[in-house]
Design a protein around this ligand. Structure first.
Ligand code: DQA
Length: 147
């Protein structure tokens, strides 16, 4: 039997994690975050695919790929596209598994344009303000709920 699979998607500018506004996003790099998630997933017998893009269409293509590659759940930090992208929402609406939206910062404590999320209209859960630990919390929830 094939392993259960989770896909982790990171939106624009998250490739700069660790160097970009560390007061807001912390000092961990994206590679640190992905490596920790890979470790947890693999230990639990899951397959994990981590992908970052600065391009909306590439994130949409990755969501479409997840529909067909056996992905049971998507963890997504759409970054600034959270607040603008109906297209990412539409792509997620075509995905049948679980979706957890993660924000490193507490977007509700920040500028008002960050308070609205298109992706939250689809997300089964939303985590904000736990720092990069939020990804781990999302993964733990998926691993526990889909056992
Ligand atoms: C973010 C919050 C967004 O408002 C912002 O555009 C980001 C990162 C977060 O993880 O806190 O790039 O999604």
């Amino acid at each position: 039997m094939s392993q259960p699979k989770v896909t982790v998607l990171h939106g624009p500018n998250l490739n700069l994690l660790g160097v970009r506004q560390p007061d807001v996003y912390g000092y961990e790099t994206l590679e640190d975050v992905n490596n920790a998630l890979r470790k947890t997933a693999i230990m639990t017998g899951w397959e994990i695919n981590c992908f970052q893009s600065n391009h909306e269409g590439e994130l949409i293509d990755a969501i479409h790929a997840a529909r067909l590659d056996g992905t049971l759940a998507i963890i997504i930090n759409p970054a600034a596209y959270t607040h603008t992208s109906v297209a990412i929402l539409d792509a997620l609406n075509a995905f049948e598994g679980k979706v957890i939206e993660v924000h490193i910062s507490n977007v509700h404590k920040r500028e008002s344009f960050r308070h609205h999320s298109y992706v939250s209209l689809r997300a089964d859960g939303v985590i904000a303000g736990l720092g990069t630990q939020g990804y781990q919390a999302a993964l733990d929830t998926i691993l526990a709920s889909t056992e």
